[in-house]
Design a protein around this ligand. Structure first.
Ligand SMILES: Cc1ncc(C[n+]2csc(CCOP(=O)(O)OP(=O)(O)O)c2C)c(N)n1
Length: 577
C-alpha cells in the first residue's frame, strides 16, 4: 500500500522517476507547497535570479546533454517571465518541461491575486501544455509531459498546476504506459524513399550534405560521419548543427547562410543534389528563396512532417528519425556500392576541386591587429584554448556569428546558442545549465556587452553555486549587430545602439566574490584567456574589441545567398599626382 502524500510530493516523485536531478526555478505564493516538498530532498533546486533565466538554464542543461531540462515558476508574473525561454526552446526544438503554479482551481477566472492565464498564454509558446485541476490527473500528465517533450521533434512542454492540486492528499499510482492517440511519431522513414535517396546520392555529380540541429537532437553524429565516409560528399552545417560533424573533418566546409562562408553558400548554389538532414530551410540559411539552390534536387529527412515541404518541396521526402533513416541509408549504400562511371567519377572530382577552390579563395580567417583586439582574434583565441572540446554558450549578436564561423566544435552539444529566436540574454544562463549538467567540462559563456548586461543578476547564481564558468564579454561599446545594419543599410545613422557605461569587470566580479579583468591590448588576450581557464572558479573577462567591425560575409536581406558581400567596401583610391 503506497503512502498518502500531497500533490507537491507526488509531483516531485514523478520528477525523480523521470531521472530529474536538477530544477532551475524561482518560488512564489502558490508554489510554496512544492518548495516545501523540495526541502531536504535530494533533487537539486537552483535558485536563479529571474524566471526567464530558469528556462534558459533548463535549455542549457538539455542542449548540453540531450536530457529533458526542468524549470519552475510561480503563477502570474513568474509564469509570464518564462515565456521567452519557452519560445526559444520551441524554435530550436529543445526538450524542457516547465512547471508553473496556478491559483486555486475554484479561483480561476476571478482575477485572483497573481492569476494569469498561463495555459492560454503559453499555448503557442510550447509544443504542448496542460492545466492540472484535479489531483488524480497529476501523475499521468507529468509523465506525459516528459514523453511529449523528448519524443519526436523535441520541444518545451508546460504543466500548470493549481494550488489545491499541490496541497491535496492522495496516493502515488505509477504510470506504466503513455497512450496518446492523437500524437504520432514517425521514426522509421519510408523504405522506398530511402532506396530512392541512395540511388540519387550515387548518381549525383555535385551532391552536398546540408545538416542541421536535428543531427544533434537525434544523436545521429556517428551515422552522419559514416555516410560522409561512404560517399565522400562535402558537408555544410547550419548554426544549429555545428559539431554534428567535427569541424576538423576534411569534408566539413562550414556554415551557410546570411553570415555563412563563401564556400558553403557557393556549394549550396551550385549543388545538383541537396541532402537536407534535420534542418528546416530557415530564411537565414536560404536567403531569397527563388535563388536558393536553383540546380538542386532535394532529399529532405526530418522527424516533423510539417517541416517537409514547408519551404522547399523535396523530390524525396523522408519523414523519420534522422538517426534511424541514416542507419538504413548507410546500410543500403554499404551493401550496394555503385562503381561510378568514369564521367561521373570525373564530375565528382571536379566538384571537390571547385569546393576546395572556393574555400581557398575566401577562407574564414581571423583578422588581427598589433594595437587593438579584433573580434575575430578573440574567437581564434577561444578556439585555441577550447581545442574543439569546450562548451561555448553564446549570446546573440555579432559575437555569435564570429564564434560560429571561427570556433571549432569537434563533438555535438558543445555549441549552445539561441538560433531560431535569437534571444539576447541567453548566453550566461544557458552556460549555468550546461555547467550543472557537465561539471567535467570547460564552459564558456560568450556575450556581447549588450546581452551580458541582460544577465548580470545571474552572476549571483554563478557565485552562489561556485560554477567555474568563464564569462567572456566581447565589448565593442555598441549593440553591435544592430549597429552593423544601421551602418550598412541606414546610412550609418546610429540610433539607440550606444552602450555608454559598462561596469568595471574586476569590481563587478569582485562584488560577487570572483575574479574579473578588462583587457584591450592584443598581446594581453592569450595570457588572459589562459588565466581565466586556469582559475578554478568563475571568471569574468571583459575584452574591449575594435568597435566598428562588421561580420562578413553577409547576405543582405532579400538577396540570394550567392550575392554575398565579402568585406567592407574598398576605400576609393586617390590617384597619385
Ligand atoms: C531580447 C532581444 N532584444 C533585442 C534583440 C535584437 N538584437 C539582435 S543582436 C542585437 C545586438 C546585440 O548587441 P551585443 O549584445 O552588444 O552583441 P554584439 O552584436 O555587439 O556582439 C540586438 C539588439 C534580440 N535579439 N533579443
Amino acid at each position: 500500500m503506497s503512502t498518502l502524500m500531497n500533490g507537491a510530493t507526488m509531483l516531485l516523485e514523478c520528477l525523480v522517476r523521470e531521472g530529474v536531478d536538477c530544477i532551475f526555478g524561482y518560488p512564489g505564493g502558490v508554489t510554496i507547497p512544492f518548495y516545501d516538498a523540495l526541502y531536504e530532498h535530494h533533487v537539486r533546486h537552483v535558485l536563479v535570479r529571474h524566471e526567464e533565466n530558469a528556462a534558459f538554464a533548463a535549455e542549457g542543461y538539455a542542449r548540453s546533454t540531450g536530457k529533458v531540462g526542468v524549470c519552475c515558476a510561480t503563477s502570474g508574473p513568474g509564469a509570464t517571465n518564462l515565456t521567452t525561454g519557452l519560445v526559444d526552446a520551441l524554435m530550436d526544438s529543445i526538450p524542457i518541461v516547465a512547471i508553473t503554479g496556478q491559483v486555486n482551481s475554484k479561483l480561476i477566472g476571478s482575477d485572483a491575486f497573481q492569476e494569469a492565464d498561463t495555459f492560454g498564454t503559453t499555448r503557442s509558446c510550447t509544443k504542448h501544455n496542460y492545466l492540472v485541476k484535479r489531483l488524480e490527473d497529476l501523475v499521468q500528465i507529468v509523465h506525459e509531459a516528459f514523453y511529449v517533450a523528448a519524443s519526436g521533434r523535441p520541444g518545451p512542454v508546460l504543466v500548470d498546476v493549481t494550488k489545491d492540486v499541490l496541497t491535496g492528499q492522495g496516493h502515488y499510482q505509477p504510470v506504466t504506459a503513455i497512450h496518446l492517440p492523437g500524437y504520432k511519431v514517425f521514426t522509421e522513414g519510408h523504405t522506398g524513399q530511402i532506396r530512392r535517396a541512395a540511388q540519387m546520392i550515387q548518381e549525383a555529380e555535385r551532391p552536398l550534405l546540408y545538416t542541421g540541429g536535428g543531427i544533434i537532437s537525434a544523436g545521429a553524429s556517428a551515422e552522419l560521419r559514416q555516410l560522409v565516409e561512404l560517399t565522400d560528399i562535402p558537408v555544410v552545417s547550419t548554426l544549429m548543427g555545428l559539431g554534428g560533424l567535427a569541424s576538423t573533418h576534411p569534408n566539413f566546409i562550414s556554415m551557410p547562410g546570411m553570415h555563412g562562408s563563401y564556400a558553403a553558400n557557393m556549394a549550396m548554389t551550385e549543388s545538383d543534389l541537396l541532402i537536407a538532414l534535420g534542418t528546416r530551410f530557415d530564411d537565414r540559411v536560404t536567403g531569397r528563396l527563388a535563388a536558393f539552390a536553383p540546380h538542386a534536387k532535394v532529399i529532405h529527412v526530418d522527424i516533423d512532417p510539417a517541416e517537409v515541404g514547408k519551404i522547399r518541396t523535396p523530390e524525396v521526402p523522408i519523414v523519420g528519425d534522422v538517426k534511424r533513416v541514416l542507419g538504413k541509408l548507410n546500410k543500403l549504400l554499404a551493401e550496394n556500392p555503385a562503381a561510378p562511371s568514369e564521367p561521373l567519377a570525373a564530375a565528382r572530382r571536379a566538384w571537390w576541386r571547385k569546393v576546395r577552390a572556393w574555400k581557398e579563395e575566401h577562407p574564414l580567417q581571423p583578422s588581427t591587429s598589433d594595437t587593438e583586439i579584433k573580434p575575430q582574434h578573440l574567437m581564434a583565441e577561444i578556439d585555441r584554448v577550447s581545442q574543439g572540446q569546450a562548451i561555448v554558450c553564446s549570446d546573440v549578436g555579432q559575437h555569435q556569428m564570429w564564434a560560429a564561423q571561427l570556433i571549432r566544435f569537434n563533438e555535438p552539444r558543445l555549441w549552445i546558442n539561441s538560433g531560431g529566436l535569437g534571444s539576447m540574454g541567453f548566453g550566461v544562463p544557458s552556460a549555468m545549465g550546461a555547467q550543472f549538467a557537465r561539471p567535467d567540462k570547460l564552459v564558456f559563456a560568450l556575450a556581447g556587452d549588450g546581452g551580458f548586461q541582460m544577465s548580470i543578476p545571474e552572476l549571483g547564481t554563478i557565485a552562489a553555486n561556485g560554477l567555474p564558468i568563464k564569462i567572456v564579454v566581447m565589448n565593442n561599446g555598441y549593440l553591435g549587430m544592430v549597429r552593423q545594419w544601421q551602418e550598412l543599410f541606414y546610412n550609418n545613422r546610429m540610433s539607440g545602439v550606444t552602450l555608454e557605461c559598462f561596469p568595471d569587470a574586476e569590481k563587478l566580479a569582485g562584488a560577487y566574490g570572483f575574479k574579473g579583468r578588462t583587457i584591450d591590448k592584443p598581446w594581453e588576450l592569450g595570457p588572459a584567456l589562459d588565466e581565466a581557464v586556469k582559475e578554478p572558479g568563475p571568471y569574468l573577462l571583459n575584452v574591449k574589441v575594435t568597435p566598428f567591425e562588421c561580420v562578413y560575409p553577409m547576405v543582405p536581406a532579400g538577396a540570394g545567398i550567392q550575392e554575398m558581400v565579402l568585406g567592407p567596401p574598398r576605400p576609393v583610391e586617390v590617384p597619385a599626382k
